[in-house]
Every structure is written in C-alpha cells, then in structure tokens.
Design a protein around this ligand. Sequence first.
Ligand SMILES: *[C@@H]1O[C@H](CO)[C@@H](O)[C@H](O)[C@H]1NC(C)=O
Ligand SMILES: *[C@@H]1O[C@H](CO)[C@@H](O)[C@H](O)[C@H]1NC(C)=O
Ligand SMILES: CC(=O)N[C@H]1CO[C@H](CO)[C@@H](O)[C@@H]1O
Length: 830
Amino acid sequence: MISARLWLLCLAVIQAFTTEAQPAELHAEVPENYGGNFPFYIIKLPLPLGRDKGQIVLSGDSSTDAQDPFAVDPESGFLVATKALDREEKAEYRLQVTLESEDGQVLWGPQPVTVHVKDENDQVPQFSQAIYRARLSQGTRPGIPFLFLEASDGDAPGTVNSDLRFHILNQSPVQPFPDMFQLDPRLGALALSPRGSTSLDPALEGPYQLLVQVKDMGDQASGHQAIATVEISIVQSTWIPLGPVHLAENLQVAYPHNIAQVHWDGGDVHYQLQSQPAGPFNVDAEGRIHVTTELDREAQAEYLLQIRAQNSRGEDFAEALELQVVVMDENDNAPVCSPHDPAISIPELSPPGTEVITLSAEDMDAPGSPNSHVVYRLLSPEPEEGAEEKAFELDSTTGRVMLGTAPLHPGQDIPLQVLAVDLAGSEGGLSSTCEVVVTITDVNNHAPEFITSQIGPVSLPEDVKPGVLVATLTATDADLEPAFRFMDFAIEEGDPKGIFDLAWEPDSDHVQLRLRKNLSYEAAPLHKVVVVVRNVEELVGPAPGPGATATVTILVERVIPPLKLDKESYETSIPVSTPAGSLLLTIHLSEPTSRAHRFSLVNDSEGWLCIKEGSGEVHTARSLRGAKPGDTYTVLMEAQDTDEPGLSTSATIVVHFLKASPVPRLAVAPGPSRHLCTPRQDYGVVVSGASEDPDQANRHGPYSFALGPNPTVQRDWRLQPFNDSHAYLTLALHWVEPGEYMVPVVVHHDAQMWQLQVQVFVCRCNLDGQCMRKVGRMKGMPTKLSAVGVLLGTLAAIGFILILVFTHLALARKKDLDQPADSVPLKAAM
Ligand SMILES: *[C@@H]1O[C@H](CO)[C@@H](O)[C@H](O)[C@H]1NC(C)=O
Ligand SMILES: *[C@@H]1O[C@H](CO)[C@@H](O)[C@H](O)[C@H]1NC(C)=O
Ligand SMILES: CC(=O)N[C@H]1CO[C@H](CO)[C@@H](O)[C@@H]1O
C-alpha cells in the first residue's frame, strides 16, 4: 500500500510543469481497490486566488457519471476520490474542473484532469475451457503444437498482473514416460516432447489426461492460478505415402479434377500443396488433391507434389507426403523437321550413294513411344513409273538421302521433299514435309577447246609493225560455272624466237595472237604457231583433247623497200644557150643499192632533156630553142626498180632558164697535133666545137659533145666536156691498137648539130708516157694540103738538114725527140 502522502509528492512534481495561465491537462493516478481512508487526495488543482468568490464545478465526460467517486475539496483545492475504484470496471476517468460565478460565468478553467486507475492484481486467470479435448495422430513430430490452450486475465493487459504462464501439473497415465508432452509456458501450445514422440504407444487404452495450470504474475512464484483438464486421444496415423498418379495429357474432364486424397487424423489441420515444378494442382481443406486444367506432356511430363499437414501456425505435423504425377503421352505432336540448310549443293559427277543430306524430324511426343517413332518417305522428286534410275535414295528410318543412279546435270535445282510420319508410318500418324533444294554444282570437267584448229594462212608483210593483230582465236568451254570457264592461253610451239605473243582479257574466251618482233622473210617466210588453251582452274576428269590446240599459219610477204632519191626535187639554172649534150645534174639514190634500177623522164614534152638510164646524168638533149630566159621547165623524173617495175619513185627536175651567156671567142690553136700514146695515159685531145662550127656567126650558148653512135667508137673512146666550147677526147680502153683513128664527134650548138671527124694518132708510149715518135713522122699537120707542102719542102731541104744533122750530131746527141707542142697533159688541164 502506497501512502497518500507519497502520492501528493508525485502530484506536486507534475503540477510544477503546468502553468497557471494555460490550464494543461492534468494526469493523476488512483490505486485500484484503495483500502485506506477516504476521501483520497488525488491532486491539488491549480485554482486561482480568490476562488471562494465562485463555485467549483466538477464534471465528467459524457460516459462518466463523475460525481460519484470524485469531488473537489474547496478548502484545500484538492481533487479527491470518495470511494475505492475498480480498474476492471473503469480504468480511466476524464474530468473537468471549472470555477463559476453565481450567475454561471466561468471564472477559471475548464481544467481537464484524467484520472487513471492503477491496476491491482485482483483478477484470477481463466481457461477458455474447463476440459480440452484433442486428437493426436501418431507420427506427429515433437515440438509441433497440436493444441493451443487459451486463458484470460482481467487485470491490466501488458502488466505482470495479466502475464500468464501455462504448466502441465500432471499427466495420466504416466506411461510410458511421465513427460510425454510439453507445454509452452507463454503460448499454451501443447506438443509432444521428443521423448513422447518416439514412444507414443498406439496400444494405449484411453486418452491421456493432463492437468494444466495457468498462472498470472509471470514467472514470479506468487499470483493467481486456474486449472483445466486436457484429454488427448491417440489415433493411428492416416498420413500414408501415396502411389504415383498417371494422368493423360489433354484430358477432357471437368476441372478441377480430383486425383488423390490425403488425411491427417489429428487436431486442427491445414493442408498445403507444393508442386515441383509449379503446376495446376491444389489441395482443399479435406485433403482432396485436384488438377485444375489440362496437362501437356510436352510442356511438363512429370510433377512432384508435396502435401503438408500443418497446424494453425503453419508448422508441419509430420513429414510432407510426396505425390508423383506422371503425364501420359498422347500423339498430339507431329514430327517437325530439324533445321538444316535450305539449299544443298552436290557437285556433278558425284557417285551414286553420296550422302546429300540427312533430313531428321523431331517428334515432341514421348520418346521411345510410337507417338514419336518417325519414319521418312520420299515425296519429291517422285520416282518415275518404271524408271530404272532414281535421282535420290532415301533411308526411311534415318532420313538419310543419298544420290541415286540417275545422271546429274550441272545447274539443276532439284526440290527434294521428304515426308516425316510418326506412329512408324502407320495409319493416323501425324506428318510434316521436310524440304530442301539440291543444287547440282558444276565441276570443271570440260577443257576449253578452240572453235577452229587451223587458222590462216595469214599473210603479213615483212615490214608490219610489231603489235599488229595476227589472228583472233576463240575457244569454248562446256562448263557452266564462270570460274571454270576462265582460260589461259599459251604458245606451245612454232615460235622459238618469241616473234608472236598472246593477249587476252582474264574472263574472255578469245585470245589475240599479235606480232611482237619484226618479221623477216629471209629468216623465216612461214610460221606455224601452235596455241594451246587451258582452264585456269584445275581440270577434273579427262585430260584436254586435240581441240585444246590451234595452229595459226603465217606467211611472211617479202617487202622490197622503195627506191629513194637523194633529193625530193632537183633544180638547176642554165642559160638558154646551153648546147645539146650539156650535163645539167646527176640524180643519185639516197642509199647505194645492189638492186638494178633505171631512170627515165616522164613528161619531157619539149624533149629538151635526156637522162642516162643507169647513171642518172641529166643532159640537154638538144639546143633549147624556144626557151625564154626567166622561164622554168619542170619535168617529172622517175626511178624504177628493174626487177619490180611497180616499185618506183619520182621527183621533179626544175630547170630555170637564164640569159644566154656570150660565147667567148675560142682561142684553140688550130690543128693541134692529136697524138695519144697507148697504154692509156692521163691526157687527151682537145676537141673544139667552135673551130669546126659551120655557122661561126651564131655563137650563143655552150657546145655539147657526144661520141658518134658507132659501138666500137663508144667502146674505145671517151668524150668529156671541158668547158663551154671544148671537150676532151681520151682513150676509154687501156690499150688501143696504135694507128690513125678518125673519131666521130657529134657537136650540138644552138639547136644545130653536126659531126666532126677528129683525127687521132695512137702511138706506143715511151718510158716518159709520150709517143714513141718515128723520125719523119712527127711534124705532120692534119690537113692534106699542108701535108703535101711539108712533103715537098722536106725533099728540098733534106740535104741541108742532113748536113745540119751530122754537124750537130757530135754537139747535141742528146736531143733526139721533139716534144709535141700542143699535146697538153690532162692532169695539168684538169
Ligand atoms: C623493226 O623494223 C623497224 C622498221 O621496219 C626498225 O625501225 C626497227 O629497228 C626494227 N626493230 C628491230 C628490233 O629489228
Ligand atoms: C610534168 O609533171 C610534173 C609533175 O606532175 C609537172 O609539175 C610538170 O609541169 C610537168 N611538165 C610538163 C612539161 O608537162
Ligand atoms: C670559153 C673558154 O674558156 N674557152 C677555152 C676552152 O679551152 C680551150 C683550150 O684550153 C681554150 O683555148 C678556150 O679559150
């Protein structure tokens, strides 16, 4: 018992925290069932001074009839309790204190005051039942509560006064052990003890009786208590393992469909079901196991269900029961072709039996069952009726497709269709078609061949430039694949010196035979070039045949180079008085050649010129009568190959005419002696044109000289122009019989022509290259008149002369020869 004085002290402390101005709610406590004197001073109210002027009014909240147990002592200002309070009746009072004037005006307050009744352990715990009855199944695990005892206590919750503990006071029978059970002191959960669970005797007659106690004040020894009886009957376990359940897939029944049942014959039981893997199963409160929808074996062929019997706290009474659910197969899946290449390539020439592909089909139905027993049938290409040779052979059990004996053609695309049927192909089996396109690929089994094996003869001029196209050869290849048609060409034989070469585009089927070096007719007038063609890719199968080579025959045409003149055109200027036979110019070939050729004038319409066929000397053919000074005369000259008349070249000769140069008076001494000695010496006889000119008056222009047409004369003598008016006559032969000669000389002058007979004495040469003169024959003049005169004179003077001779013989023996006065050494004159 706490004294009232102590309470006052506590209240004073609370009060110290309140302010007079703001009447905060006051809390106070009153012990329950207070056994001391009344009134019980609860709390001093903070009434203002001069409270006697008004009237203190105490009121309760709406539910409380506050006046009964409480009052305000006007003397002390204390709130007092007038009688003992029962917490179980009312644990809290809410009061208001006001100071009112007589006319009802509130002078102070309202001051709220809450009075708590402090609990006293005055209540006895109560079991919810006097006798509890429970069924305890064998096999219940120890420590798993099968019964929950319930008890209540009216004292303040949360306090020790209502803190209950359960205990087993007595067990009857005490067989086989006195502590078969355990009771959780705080929860009242009754379970088998470990010992009890192992030794629960089913043969026990009658139930167990337990005397159980509930007591308050927690674990303290004191407190109120109550007693109850628990009757526990032991039952046989009905929690027995379940055999597997076989369920057809796609089962058409009403769902949920009961497939099994379990039963826990014990107290309050709750069933739980777990499916491994998760499946459409459940269990109801009675332990009936259901499948809720159709099953699909292909999705899940087996389930393992675990069913548990649990108490209200979700604890397993015993080990979970397992139920195996096996889903039975139905042929609800057609075979499905396994993924494979949609296109298969098989090279041509592959032997029969070559594997093309293995078309397998998967059937999702139960393995090993007929539902998944797949066989194969070839749908396409359909084996032709009566055809011996099949394109493909099919192994119906493995789906392996092999090449048949039918020939394959490259480039062919064969659609292959294979039917896969389950139920081993029997009636009602499901099927699907596997398709693949088999492409027969080309093999390089054809060698390229030339279209023609002989080409030509091709004629090529000798001088054709290297690089020229000789021939184009075309080849074919029967293979399809472009890569197998690529060709390589080579000259196999016939061209050891590499005169020819080949050119081709990499992907071309024709090749050009071209000239690489100069041709030479002399070296080889004929070429037979053998060209071979091969595939770039390696050839499969037989070696190339004769068609892989072609022979090109080339004939070399001889080319004779044209004659070439040393000038493109020739020009000369001559006076119009130039006599006939004058040399104007000489035409030469630019390169000396061994080939015979001749020169000619093409259009010498005036006939003024002539050309020496062999030497190319151009002379005036006659006097240029009609030519005017300042005129130009152009003549086309042609040089021709004697052997190949077609080969010729031409050039113009341009002659410019000048004024006639005055012909100077010829000062040739008349009647010169004309002695020439033989063998030939290098001097000649001067022939004057002018002195012999019958028409002396007209002396315009040069004279020209020519030997007479007599061949002997032409052979023996040579006439060379010396100057405009004179010419040299010399021996042409080395040796001319000594004697007197009359050499005919044709003289052209001024469009006139006449012939001279030039007398020449040919004598033997002495050691000095002079005429060996016989005495008496040296003084002769060419004319007959003078010869006669000389003869007569000689006879008269012969005696005188003889005297002179013999007189001077001793004096001057040396001089026995006369030098011919007018025989001029040719060397000196040139
Ligand atoms: C080939 O002939 C041409 C003229 O026809 C000549 O210029 C060239 O030098 C010759 N080449 C050879 C390699 O003889
Ligand atoms: C000769 O032919 C050449 C070239 O055709 C020409 O220039 C010339 O005038 C011709 N001469 C005569 C005299 O016809
Ligand atoms: C025109 C001219 O020069 N005439 C001469 C040719 O040669 C002979 C012989 O030497 C001379 O006598 C001419 O005068």
